[in-house]
Design a binder for this molecule. Structure first.
Ligand code: MG
Length: 492
Protein backbone atom coordinates (compact mmCIF):
# COMPACT_ATOMS: atom_id res chain seq x y z
CA UNK A 1 0.00 0.00 0.00
CA UNK A 2 1.11 3.54 -0.67
CA UNK A 3 2.87 5.58 2.06
CA UNK A 4 1.60 8.95 0.92
CA UNK A 5 -1.89 9.60 2.41
CA UNK A 6 -3.18 11.32 -0.74
CA UNK A 7 -2.07 8.46 -2.98
CA UNK A 8 -3.52 6.01 -0.47
CA UNK A 9 -6.83 7.82 -0.78
CA UNK A 10 -6.58 7.80 -4.57
CA UNK A 11 -5.96 4.05 -4.64
CA UNK A 12 -8.91 3.40 -2.37
CA UNK A 13 -11.24 5.36 -4.60
CA UNK A 14 -9.64 3.91 -7.73
CA UNK A 15 -11.23 0.53 -6.85
CA UNK A 16 -14.37 1.81 -8.55
CA UNK A 17 -12.57 2.57 -11.81
CA UNK A 18 -10.80 -0.77 -11.64
CA UNK A 19 -14.03 -2.68 -11.05
CA UNK A 20 -15.77 -1.02 -13.99
CA UNK A 21 -12.75 -1.78 -16.17
CA UNK A 22 -12.86 -5.36 -14.95
CA UNK A 23 -16.51 -5.68 -15.97
CA UNK A 24 -15.78 -4.19 -19.38
CA UNK A 25 -12.90 -6.62 -19.86
CA UNK A 26 -15.18 -9.60 -19.23
CA UNK A 27 -17.77 -8.20 -21.64
CA UNK A 28 -15.10 -7.53 -24.27
CA UNK A 29 -13.76 -11.06 -23.92
CA UNK A 30 -17.24 -12.52 -24.23
CA UNK A 31 -17.98 -10.39 -27.32
CA UNK A 32 -15.02 -11.99 -29.09
CA UNK A 33 -15.46 -15.56 -27.90
CA UNK A 34 -18.99 -16.69 -27.02
CA UNK A 35 -21.57 -13.97 -27.68
CA UNK A 36 -24.05 -14.74 -30.49
CA UNK A 37 -23.90 -12.22 -33.36
CA UNK A 38 -27.23 -10.59 -32.46
CA UNK A 39 -25.97 -9.72 -29.01
CA UNK A 40 -23.82 -6.95 -30.49
CA UNK A 41 -26.35 -4.12 -30.19
CA UNK A 42 -27.10 -4.66 -26.50
CA UNK A 43 -23.42 -5.22 -25.77
CA UNK A 44 -22.66 -1.90 -27.47
CA UNK A 45 -25.25 -0.06 -25.35
CA UNK A 46 -24.01 -1.61 -22.09
CA UNK A 47 -20.32 -1.04 -22.90
CA UNK A 48 -21.01 2.57 -23.85
CA UNK A 49 -22.74 3.21 -20.53
CA UNK A 50 -19.94 1.51 -18.60
CA UNK A 51 -17.32 3.55 -20.46
CA UNK A 52 -19.08 6.74 -19.35
CA UNK A 53 -19.09 5.50 -15.75
CA UNK A 54 -15.33 4.87 -16.00
CA UNK A 55 -14.94 8.39 -17.28
CA UNK A 56 -16.98 9.85 -14.43
CA UNK A 57 -15.22 7.81 -11.74
CA UNK A 58 -11.84 8.88 -13.18
CA UNK A 59 -12.74 12.55 -13.45
CA UNK A 60 -13.89 12.40 -9.80
CA UNK A 61 -10.27 11.71 -8.85
CA UNK A 62 -8.97 14.90 -10.42
CA UNK A 63 -8.79 16.98 -7.26
CA UNK A 64 -6.82 14.32 -5.42
CA UNK A 65 -4.51 13.76 -8.38
CA UNK A 66 -3.81 17.48 -8.53
CA UNK A 67 -2.93 17.44 -4.84
CA UNK A 68 -0.70 14.40 -5.26
CA UNK A 69 1.13 16.11 -8.12
CA UNK A 70 2.28 18.75 -5.64
CA UNK A 71 3.56 16.19 -3.11
CA UNK A 72 7.34 15.92 -2.91
CA UNK A 73 7.86 12.66 -1.09
CA UNK A 74 6.39 10.17 -3.58
CA UNK A 75 8.19 6.92 -4.31
CA UNK A 76 8.46 5.50 -7.84
CA UNK A 77 5.23 3.57 -7.65
CA UNK A 78 3.29 6.52 -6.28
CA UNK A 79 4.71 8.75 -9.01
CA UNK A 80 3.65 6.10 -11.52
CA UNK A 81 0.11 6.05 -10.16
CA UNK A 82 -0.14 9.82 -10.47
CA UNK A 83 1.39 9.88 -13.96
CA UNK A 84 -0.88 7.15 -15.35
CA UNK A 85 -3.97 8.80 -13.84
CA UNK A 86 -2.96 12.15 -15.27
CA UNK A 87 -2.84 10.54 -18.71
CA UNK A 88 -6.34 9.12 -18.15
CA UNK A 89 -7.57 12.48 -16.93
CA UNK A 90 -6.11 14.22 -19.99
CA UNK A 91 -8.26 11.94 -22.08
CA UNK A 92 -11.44 12.01 -20.02
CA UNK A 93 -11.41 15.73 -19.34
CA UNK A 94 -11.01 16.55 -23.02
CA UNK A 95 -13.16 13.92 -24.70
CA UNK A 96 -16.84 14.55 -23.84
CA UNK A 97 -18.92 11.69 -22.33
CA UNK A 98 -21.17 11.44 -25.37
CA UNK A 99 -18.13 10.82 -27.59
CA UNK A 100 -16.79 8.21 -25.16
CA UNK A 101 -20.18 6.49 -25.25
CA UNK A 102 -20.55 6.66 -29.03
CA UNK A 103 -17.06 5.32 -29.63
CA UNK A 104 -17.64 2.37 -27.33
CA UNK A 105 -21.06 1.61 -28.80
CA UNK A 106 -19.93 1.89 -32.42
CA UNK A 107 -16.79 -0.18 -32.00
CA UNK A 108 -18.55 -2.98 -30.14
CA UNK A 109 -21.10 -3.30 -32.95
CA UNK A 110 -18.52 -2.82 -35.70
CA UNK A 111 -16.34 -5.67 -34.42
CA UNK A 112 -19.15 -8.12 -35.11
CA UNK A 113 -19.87 -6.63 -38.56
CA UNK A 114 -16.17 -6.73 -39.39
CA UNK A 115 -16.10 -10.48 -38.71
CA UNK A 116 -18.83 -11.10 -41.30
CA UNK A 117 -17.35 -8.62 -43.78
CA UNK A 118 -14.01 -10.37 -43.57
CA UNK A 119 -15.59 -13.79 -44.00
CA UNK A 120 -17.29 -12.53 -47.17
CA UNK A 121 -14.29 -10.41 -48.20
CA UNK A 122 -16.68 -7.48 -48.67
CA UNK A 123 -15.44 -4.06 -47.61
CA UNK A 124 -18.80 -2.45 -48.51
CA UNK A 125 -20.44 -4.20 -45.56
CA UNK A 126 -17.94 -2.71 -43.15
CA UNK A 127 -17.62 0.68 -44.82
CA UNK A 128 -20.45 2.62 -43.06
CA UNK A 129 -19.12 1.44 -39.68
CA UNK A 130 -15.56 2.41 -40.51
CA UNK A 131 -16.75 5.82 -41.72
CA UNK A 132 -18.42 6.41 -38.38
CA UNK A 133 -15.38 5.19 -36.42
CA UNK A 134 -12.95 7.34 -38.41
CA UNK A 135 -15.17 10.37 -37.88
CA UNK A 136 -15.16 9.68 -34.12
CA UNK A 137 -11.40 9.05 -34.02
CA UNK A 138 -10.71 12.33 -35.79
CA UNK A 139 -12.98 14.07 -33.30
CA UNK A 140 -11.03 12.46 -30.45
CA UNK A 141 -7.75 13.70 -31.94
CA UNK A 142 -9.19 17.22 -32.22
CA UNK A 143 -10.46 17.17 -28.64
CA UNK A 144 -7.14 15.86 -27.31
CA UNK A 145 -5.16 18.41 -29.29
CA UNK A 146 -1.85 17.74 -30.98
CA UNK A 147 1.30 19.27 -32.39
CA UNK A 148 1.90 18.99 -36.15
CA UNK A 149 -0.25 15.93 -37.02
CA UNK A 150 -3.64 14.74 -35.66
CA UNK A 151 -2.29 11.17 -35.75
CA UNK A 152 0.16 12.15 -32.97
CA UNK A 153 -2.75 12.47 -30.53
CA UNK A 154 -3.74 8.85 -31.25
CA UNK A 155 -0.23 7.35 -31.36
CA UNK A 156 0.34 8.65 -27.84
CA UNK A 157 -2.65 6.65 -26.55
CA UNK A 158 -0.83 3.41 -27.36
CA UNK A 159 2.77 4.44 -26.79
CA UNK A 160 3.36 7.30 -24.38
CA UNK A 161 5.29 10.08 -26.09
CA UNK A 162 5.51 8.34 -29.47
CA UNK A 163 5.01 10.58 -32.54
CA UNK A 164 4.84 10.48 -36.33
CA UNK A 165 8.39 11.81 -36.37
CA UNK A 166 9.58 8.92 -34.17
CA UNK A 167 7.76 6.31 -36.24
CA UNK A 168 9.07 7.75 -39.51
CA UNK A 169 12.58 7.54 -38.10
CA UNK A 170 12.17 3.90 -37.04
CA UNK A 171 10.83 2.85 -40.45
CA UNK A 172 13.50 4.85 -42.28
CA UNK A 173 16.11 2.66 -40.56
CA UNK A 174 14.23 -0.63 -40.78
CA UNK A 175 12.65 -0.74 -44.22
CA UNK A 176 15.63 -0.26 -46.56
CA UNK A 177 17.87 -2.59 -44.52
CA UNK A 178 15.14 -5.23 -44.28
CA UNK A 179 14.76 -5.10 -48.07
CA UNK A 180 18.49 -5.67 -48.52
CA UNK A 181 18.44 -8.50 -46.00
CA UNK A 182 15.48 -10.12 -47.71
CA UNK A 183 17.31 -10.14 -51.05
CA UNK A 184 20.31 -11.71 -49.42
CA UNK A 185 18.26 -14.44 -47.76
CA UNK A 186 16.62 -15.23 -51.12
CA UNK A 187 20.05 -15.43 -52.79
CA UNK A 188 21.50 -17.65 -50.02
CA UNK A 189 18.66 -20.15 -50.35
CA UNK A 190 19.07 -21.53 -46.82
CA UNK A 191 15.65 -20.40 -45.57
CA UNK A 192 12.97 -21.64 -47.97
CA UNK A 193 10.16 -19.43 -49.25
CA UNK A 194 7.70 -22.34 -49.12
CA UNK A 195 7.37 -25.59 -47.23
CA UNK A 196 5.21 -28.66 -47.95
CA UNK A 197 3.84 -28.61 -44.37
CA UNK A 198 2.10 -25.31 -45.13
CA UNK A 199 -0.53 -27.10 -47.20
CA UNK A 200 -1.07 -30.07 -44.88
CA UNK A 201 -4.47 -30.09 -43.18
CA UNK A 202 -4.87 -31.04 -39.52
CA UNK A 203 -7.59 -32.22 -37.20
CA UNK A 204 -8.66 -29.34 -34.94
CA UNK A 205 -9.06 -31.60 -31.91
CA UNK A 206 -5.50 -32.87 -32.34
CA UNK A 207 -4.17 -29.35 -32.70
CA UNK A 208 -6.04 -28.32 -29.57
CA UNK A 209 -4.11 -30.99 -27.72
CA UNK A 210 -0.85 -29.64 -29.16
CA UNK A 211 -1.71 -26.16 -27.94
CA UNK A 212 -2.61 -27.43 -24.50
CA UNK A 213 0.74 -29.18 -24.27
CA UNK A 214 2.49 -26.02 -25.45
CA UNK A 215 0.88 -24.23 -22.50
CA UNK A 216 2.36 -26.93 -20.29
CA UNK A 217 5.78 -26.47 -21.87
CA UNK A 218 5.52 -22.73 -21.18
CA UNK A 219 4.41 -23.56 -17.63
CA UNK A 220 1.29 -21.41 -17.83
CA UNK A 221 -0.41 -21.42 -14.39
CA UNK A 222 -3.79 -22.92 -15.31
CA UNK A 223 -5.61 -21.69 -12.19
CA UNK A 224 -4.86 -18.10 -13.21
CA UNK A 225 -5.16 -18.47 -16.97
CA UNK A 226 -7.35 -19.84 -19.74
CA UNK A 227 -7.38 -20.25 -23.49
CA UNK A 228 -10.33 -19.97 -25.90
CA UNK A 229 -10.83 -19.52 -29.65
CA UNK A 230 -11.45 -16.30 -31.64
CA UNK A 231 -11.13 -15.01 -35.22
CA UNK A 232 -8.27 -12.73 -34.26
CA UNK A 233 -6.26 -14.07 -31.30
CA UNK A 234 -5.81 -11.71 -28.36
CA UNK A 235 -4.93 -11.55 -24.68
CA UNK A 236 -6.98 -9.84 -22.02
CA UNK A 237 -6.10 -9.10 -18.45
CA UNK A 238 -9.37 -9.58 -16.58
CA UNK A 239 -7.71 -9.41 -13.15
CA UNK A 240 -4.25 -9.95 -11.61
CA UNK A 241 -5.00 -13.69 -11.30
CA UNK A 242 -7.27 -14.06 -14.32
CA UNK A 243 -5.48 -13.60 -17.64
CA UNK A 244 -7.04 -15.05 -20.79
CA UNK A 245 -5.82 -15.70 -24.29
CA UNK A 246 -7.41 -16.94 -27.48
CA UNK A 247 -5.95 -18.88 -30.37
CA UNK A 248 -7.18 -19.87 -33.83
CA UNK A 249 -7.67 -23.02 -35.87
CA UNK A 250 -7.78 -22.73 -39.65
CA UNK A 251 -7.43 -26.42 -40.36
CA UNK A 252 -4.14 -26.23 -42.24
CA UNK A 253 -0.58 -24.93 -41.86
CA UNK A 254 -0.47 -25.74 -38.15
CA UNK A 255 2.30 -23.29 -37.32
CA UNK A 256 -0.25 -20.42 -37.54
CA UNK A 257 -2.19 -21.92 -34.65
CA UNK A 258 0.94 -22.91 -32.74
CA UNK A 259 2.50 -19.44 -32.93
CA UNK A 260 -0.77 -17.70 -32.08
CA UNK A 261 -0.73 -19.70 -28.87
CA UNK A 262 2.91 -18.92 -28.11
CA UNK A 263 2.50 -15.23 -28.99
CA UNK A 264 -0.54 -14.67 -26.79
CA UNK A 265 1.09 -16.68 -23.99
CA UNK A 266 3.92 -14.15 -24.13
CA UNK A 267 1.42 -11.36 -23.46
CA UNK A 268 -0.14 -13.44 -20.68
CA UNK A 269 3.23 -14.13 -19.01
CA UNK A 270 3.69 -10.36 -18.77
CA UNK A 271 0.23 -9.87 -17.23
CA UNK A 272 0.74 -12.71 -14.78
CA UNK A 273 4.16 -11.38 -13.76
CA UNK A 274 3.09 -7.90 -12.64
CA UNK A 275 4.19 -7.12 -9.10
CA UNK A 276 1.51 -8.13 -6.55
CA UNK A 277 1.72 -4.61 -5.07
CA UNK A 278 0.42 -3.28 -8.39
CA UNK A 279 -2.84 -5.23 -8.22
CA UNK A 280 -6.01 -3.11 -8.65
CA UNK A 281 -3.98 0.08 -9.17
CA UNK A 282 -3.57 2.26 -12.28
CA UNK A 283 -0.02 0.87 -12.76
CA UNK A 284 -1.19 -2.76 -12.71
CA UNK A 285 -0.82 -3.08 -16.47
CA UNK A 286 1.90 -3.25 -19.11
CA UNK A 287 4.18 -0.23 -19.60
CA UNK A 288 2.84 0.37 -23.11
CA UNK A 289 1.52 -1.50 -26.14
CA UNK A 290 5.05 -1.61 -27.58
CA UNK A 291 6.52 -3.12 -24.42
CA UNK A 292 3.61 -5.58 -24.21
CA UNK A 293 4.22 -6.63 -27.79
CA UNK A 294 7.93 -7.08 -27.09
CA UNK A 295 6.98 -9.87 -24.68
CA UNK A 296 4.72 -11.70 -27.13
CA UNK A 297 7.21 -11.31 -29.98
CA UNK A 298 10.08 -12.44 -27.77
CA UNK A 299 8.29 -15.70 -26.93
CA UNK A 300 6.96 -16.19 -30.44
CA UNK A 301 10.15 -15.46 -32.35
CA UNK A 302 13.29 -15.36 -30.25
CA UNK A 303 12.17 -18.38 -28.23
CA UNK A 304 9.53 -20.08 -30.39
CA UNK A 305 11.27 -19.95 -33.76
CA UNK A 306 14.63 -21.12 -32.42
CA UNK A 307 16.22 -24.52 -33.03
CA UNK A 308 16.18 -25.30 -29.30
CA UNK A 309 12.43 -24.73 -29.08
CA UNK A 310 11.84 -26.95 -32.11
CA UNK A 311 13.58 -29.78 -30.27
CA UNK A 312 11.17 -29.34 -27.35
CA UNK A 313 7.98 -29.20 -29.42
CA UNK A 314 8.80 -31.94 -31.93
CA UNK A 315 7.81 -34.82 -29.61
CA UNK A 316 4.50 -33.05 -28.86
CA UNK A 317 3.84 -32.56 -32.55
CA UNK A 318 4.77 -36.12 -33.50
CA UNK A 319 2.46 -37.51 -30.88
CA UNK A 320 -0.59 -35.52 -31.96
CA UNK A 321 -0.03 -34.79 -35.65
CA UNK A 322 1.18 -38.01 -37.31
CA UNK A 323 2.18 -36.27 -40.55
CA UNK A 324 5.01 -34.50 -38.72
CA UNK A 325 6.84 -37.82 -38.17
CA UNK A 326 8.80 -37.72 -41.42
CA UNK A 327 10.25 -34.25 -40.80
CA UNK A 328 13.39 -34.00 -38.67
CA UNK A 329 14.10 -31.09 -36.30
CA UNK A 330 15.96 -29.06 -38.93
CA UNK A 331 13.13 -29.50 -41.44
CA UNK A 332 10.63 -28.30 -38.83
CA UNK A 333 12.87 -25.35 -38.03
CA UNK A 334 12.83 -24.37 -41.70
CA UNK A 335 9.05 -24.79 -41.86
CA UNK A 336 8.70 -22.48 -38.86
CA UNK A 337 11.03 -19.97 -40.52
CA UNK A 338 9.97 -19.83 -44.16
CA UNK A 339 10.72 -16.36 -45.54
CA UNK A 340 8.64 -14.72 -48.23
CA UNK A 341 6.63 -11.64 -49.03
CA UNK A 342 3.09 -12.65 -48.13
CA UNK A 343 -0.32 -11.04 -47.75
CA UNK A 344 -1.29 -11.67 -44.14
CA UNK A 345 0.43 -9.81 -41.30
CA UNK A 346 -0.24 -12.33 -38.55
CA UNK A 347 1.34 -15.07 -40.67
CA UNK A 348 4.33 -12.97 -41.77
CA UNK A 349 7.88 -14.10 -41.03
CA UNK A 350 10.26 -12.04 -38.95
CA UNK A 351 11.95 -10.43 -41.95
CA UNK A 352 8.84 -9.13 -43.70
CA UNK A 353 6.69 -8.41 -40.64
CA UNK A 354 7.61 -4.74 -40.34
CA UNK A 355 6.59 -4.04 -43.94
CA UNK A 356 3.07 -5.01 -42.88
CA UNK A 357 2.95 -2.57 -39.99
CA UNK A 358 4.54 0.15 -42.14
CA UNK A 359 1.68 -0.22 -44.66
CA UNK A 360 -0.95 0.23 -41.95
CA UNK A 361 0.95 3.09 -40.37
CA UNK A 362 1.09 4.96 -43.70
CA UNK A 363 -2.58 4.33 -44.49
CA UNK A 364 -3.79 5.34 -41.02
CA UNK A 365 -1.71 8.49 -41.09
CA UNK A 366 -3.50 9.48 -44.31
CA UNK A 367 -6.95 8.51 -43.03
CA UNK A 368 -6.60 10.46 -39.80
CA UNK A 369 -4.89 13.34 -41.62
CA UNK A 370 -7.94 13.52 -43.91
CA UNK A 371 -5.96 12.78 -47.07
CA UNK A 372 -7.78 9.50 -47.73
CA UNK A 373 -11.53 8.89 -47.49
CA UNK A 374 -12.83 5.60 -46.11
CA UNK A 375 -14.32 4.71 -49.52
CA UNK A 376 -10.81 4.89 -50.99
CA UNK A 377 -9.24 2.72 -48.29
CA UNK A 378 -9.17 -0.68 -50.08
CA UNK A 379 -7.47 0.85 -53.13
CA UNK A 380 -4.99 2.95 -51.15
CA UNK A 381 -4.30 0.00 -48.86
CA UNK A 382 -3.51 -2.26 -51.84
CA UNK A 383 -1.36 0.39 -53.53
CA UNK A 384 0.65 0.99 -50.36
CA UNK A 385 0.97 -2.74 -49.78
CA UNK A 386 2.27 -3.25 -53.30
CA UNK A 387 4.80 -0.46 -52.90
CA UNK A 388 6.27 -2.12 -49.78
CA UNK A 389 5.94 -5.80 -50.61
CA UNK A 390 5.72 -5.95 -54.39
CA UNK A 391 2.55 -8.05 -54.30
CA UNK A 392 -1.09 -7.00 -54.39
CA UNK A 393 -3.96 -8.40 -52.31
CA UNK A 394 -6.61 -10.08 -54.45
CA UNK A 395 -9.56 -9.17 -52.22
CA UNK A 396 -10.54 -7.20 -49.13
CA UNK A 397 -10.16 -10.18 -46.75
CA UNK A 398 -6.46 -10.33 -47.54
CA UNK A 399 -6.26 -6.54 -47.81
CA UNK A 400 -7.78 -3.79 -45.69
CA UNK A 401 -10.18 -6.12 -43.87
CA UNK A 402 -7.62 -8.57 -42.51
CA UNK A 403 -7.10 -6.98 -39.09
CA UNK A 404 -9.63 -6.49 -36.30
CA UNK A 405 -8.06 -3.23 -35.04
CA UNK A 406 -10.02 -0.60 -36.96
CA UNK A 407 -13.33 -2.17 -36.01
CA UNK A 408 -12.30 -1.67 -32.38
CA UNK A 409 -11.27 1.94 -33.02
CA UNK A 410 -7.57 1.17 -32.62
CA UNK A 411 -5.93 3.80 -34.81
CA UNK A 412 -2.31 4.34 -33.81
CA UNK A 413 -1.73 0.77 -32.68
CA UNK A 414 0.17 -0.89 -35.54
CA UNK A 415 3.54 0.85 -35.15
CA UNK A 416 3.71 -0.58 -31.62
CA UNK A 417 4.08 -4.06 -33.18
CA UNK A 418 7.31 -2.90 -34.73
CA UNK A 419 8.42 -1.32 -31.47
CA UNK A 420 7.70 -4.71 -29.91
CA UNK A 421 9.93 -6.44 -32.47
CA UNK A 422 12.69 -3.94 -31.72
CA UNK A 423 12.46 -4.35 -27.95
CA UNK A 424 12.30 -8.16 -28.31
CA UNK A 425 15.61 -7.97 -30.21
CA UNK A 426 17.02 -5.77 -27.44
CA UNK A 427 16.11 -8.48 -24.94
CA UNK A 428 17.84 -11.04 -27.18
CA UNK A 429 20.90 -8.79 -27.23
CA UNK A 430 20.82 -8.29 -23.48
CA UNK A 431 20.52 -12.05 -22.98
CA UNK A 432 23.96 -12.50 -24.52
CA UNK A 433 22.63 -12.61 -28.09
CA UNK A 434 20.20 -15.30 -27.09
CA UNK A 435 22.69 -17.38 -25.07
CA UNK A 436 20.32 -17.41 -22.11
CA UNK A 437 17.47 -18.64 -24.32
CA UNK A 438 19.64 -21.50 -25.55
CA UNK A 439 20.70 -22.37 -22.03
CA UNK A 440 17.15 -22.33 -20.66
CA UNK A 441 15.63 -24.29 -23.52
CA UNK A 442 18.36 -26.93 -23.70
CA UNK A 443 17.55 -27.64 -20.04
CA UNK A 444 13.88 -27.81 -21.08
CA UNK A 445 12.94 -25.13 -18.60
CA UNK A 446 11.48 -21.73 -19.37
CA UNK A 447 11.49 -20.48 -15.77
CA UNK A 448 14.92 -18.90 -16.18
CA UNK A 449 13.55 -16.71 -18.97
CA UNK A 450 10.41 -15.85 -17.05
CA UNK A 451 12.50 -14.83 -14.05
CA UNK A 452 14.73 -12.63 -16.20
CA UNK A 453 11.78 -10.87 -17.82
CA UNK A 454 9.86 -10.77 -14.54
CA UNK A 455 12.60 -9.12 -12.53
CA UNK A 456 13.65 -6.60 -15.21
CA UNK A 457 10.33 -5.75 -16.86
CA UNK A 458 7.12 -7.41 -15.63
CA UNK A 459 7.19 -6.52 -11.96
CA UNK A 460 7.31 -2.78 -12.71
CA UNK A 461 4.04 -2.77 -14.63
CA UNK A 462 3.31 0.78 -15.80
CA UNK A 463 5.32 2.48 -13.02
CA UNK A 464 7.76 3.95 -15.55
CA UNK A 465 6.97 5.43 -18.97
CA UNK A 466 8.01 2.96 -21.71
CA UNK A 467 11.13 4.86 -22.76
CA UNK A 468 12.33 5.20 -19.18
CA UNK A 469 11.74 1.51 -18.51
CA UNK A 470 13.81 0.65 -21.58
CA UNK A 471 16.60 3.00 -20.51
CA UNK A 472 16.67 1.26 -17.14
CA UNK A 473 16.78 -2.24 -18.61
CA UNK A 474 18.88 -1.75 -21.73
CA UNK A 475 20.60 1.60 -21.26
CA UNK A 476 18.74 2.81 -24.38
CA UNK A 477 15.20 3.17 -25.72
CA UNK A 478 13.93 1.32 -28.83
CA UNK A 479 16.99 1.09 -31.03
CA UNK A 480 16.02 -0.28 -34.46
CA UNK A 481 19.63 -1.30 -35.15
CA UNK A 482 19.29 -4.07 -32.56
CA UNK A 483 16.51 -5.65 -34.57
CA UNK A 484 18.59 -5.48 -37.76
CA UNK A 485 21.51 -7.14 -35.96
CA UNK A 486 19.25 -9.89 -34.60
CA UNK A 487 17.71 -10.51 -38.03
CA UNK A 488 21.00 -10.55 -39.91
CA UNK A 489 22.62 -12.88 -37.36
CA UNK A 490 19.69 -15.26 -37.61
CA UNK A 491 18.99 -15.14 -41.31
CA UNK A 492 22.13 -14.03 -43.15
MG1 MG B 1 0.26 -9.19 -29.74
Amino acid sequence: MAQNPIVRDILKRYQQVWSLGHSMAVLGWDTETHMPESGAKARGIASGQLAMLVQKATVDLEGLVRKAEKARDLDDMEKGVVRVLRRSLDYYLKVPPELVNQLQRETTEATVVWRTARERSDFKLFRPHLEKIVELERKVADKLGYAKHPYNALLDLYEEGFTVKDADKVYAVLIPESKRLLKRVAADGVYPSKHPLESVTYDTGAMQKVNEEILGLLKMPMTRFRMDVSTHPFTTQIAPDDVRITTRYEGKDFKASLYSTVHESGHAIYGLGLGPKLAYTPVGDGASYGVHESQSRFWENVVGRSRDFVKLVRPILKQNLPFVEKYDAEELYLYFNTVRKSLIRVDADELTYNFHTAVRYEVEKKIIGGEVKVAEVPEVWNDTFESYLGIRPGGDAEGALQDVHWSGGSFGYFATYTLGNIVAAMIWHKMGKGALVQEALSGGDVDELKEWLGSKIHRFGAIYPPKELQERVFGEAYNAERLLTYLSEKFA
